[in-house]
Design a protein around this ligand. Structure first.
Ligand code: ADP
Length: 290
């Protein structure tokens, strides 16, 4: 492990964890490990939504899978500490992380390295009752204490809204190539939530990679045709109005929902479907950055 740098101080003293009694003794060992981890991650994608139930975790899981299927080294960090559903959607609920003696080793699923609070709970059905600073500490450990290795992409699934967890992770990952993917549904009522998410990003100077309109039309399980049972295009129109990219529409697909319940993400198990192709299309602007 690297020694803390006590002789020089060229970092952000106001925000560092070693600032005690009004003086700064330089970056802490944890801050150095955090910087070391982040230096090995090329792109960070934080998946946000204004409210719950719009399919944010579904999108985070399938974006990570889609990127891995393109041959990229991918990590998936679940910072939804109160309601982690990434492990369920990947079929690894209740899995345990191992350690190499120095760092925590992520759980591997189809080539994706995954970390979730669920892997550390004694009873996965127990409620997590943590206040802001505790959540900040845990999230920081999920980045700095985990052996993510060299990654092309780290996809982060945040809880909905603009609370402690999205704020903590967005500030922590701010250096380098970090951007937000905002998930919404096509209805007008979702527009106000997307505006808030975009405003959140702007206040944090976090670039918006784009908006994804999920649950946009229904895929018939018999013929595969997409029917627009609700209004469509709300997310796309809003993205244009707010001057942020639009990444694509993902239809309501019974295979997505069933797959999530049994831990079979559509990208991995039903790769040749219109829905899986919609995810592949959504990652193109991200891949084109290279
Ligand atoms: P959030 O993270 O925004 O709360 P989830 O990703 O947990 O939302 O999705 C909520 C529910 O909707 C889950 O049961 C999920 O399987 C289902 N779901 C999400 N997107 C789709 C989709 N495109 N087609 C079918 N079901 C979906």
């Amino acid at each position: 492990m690297s020694e803390p740098n006590n002789t020089s101080c060229n970092h952000d003293c106001d925000n560092c964890s070693s600032k005690q009694n009004g003086s700064c003794s330089g970056p802490s060992e944890e801050d150095l490990r955090l910087a070391d981890t982040l230096a090995k991650i090329r792109h960070k994608l934080v998946v946000l939504s204004g409210k719950g139930g719009v399919g944010k975790t579904t999108v985070a899981v399938n974006l990570a899978m889609a990127l891995a299927l393109e041959g990229r080294k991918v990590g998936l960090l679940d910072v939804d500490v109160h309601g982690p559903s990434v492990p369920t959607m990947l079929g690894v609920k209740g899995a345990r992380c191992e350690s190499d003696g120095e760092r925590i080793l992520p759980v591997q699923v189809a080539g994706v390295r995954v970390i979730s609070v669920d892997f550390f709970l004694e009873d996965t059905d127990s409620a997590v009752i943590w206040k802001g600073p505790m959540k900040y500490g845990v999230i920081k450990q999920f980045v700095s204490e985990v052996d993510w290795g060299e990654l092309d992409d780290l996809v982060v699934d945040c809880p909905p809204g603009t609370g402690d967890e999205p704020l903590a992770i967005c500030q922590m990952l701010q250096e380098g190539d970090t951007s937000a993917v905002i998930v919404t549904t096509p209805q007008e009522v979702a527009a106000a939530d997307v505006r808030k998410s975009i405003d959140f990003c702007r206040k944090l100077s976090l670039p918006v990679a784009g908006v994804i309109e999920n649950m946009s039309g229904f895929v018939c399980p018999h013929c595969g045709e997409i029917t627009h049972i609700f209004k469509q295009g709300g997310g796309e129109a809003l993205a244009a109005k707010m001057n942020v990219p639009f990444l694509g529409k993902i239809p309501i697909d019974p295979q997505v929902c069933e797959g999530a319940d049994i831990g079979h993400p559509i990208m991995h198990y039903y790769g040749n479907t219109p829905t899986a192709r919609a995810f592949i299309s959504a990652i193109q602007p991200i891949m084109e950055k290279d």
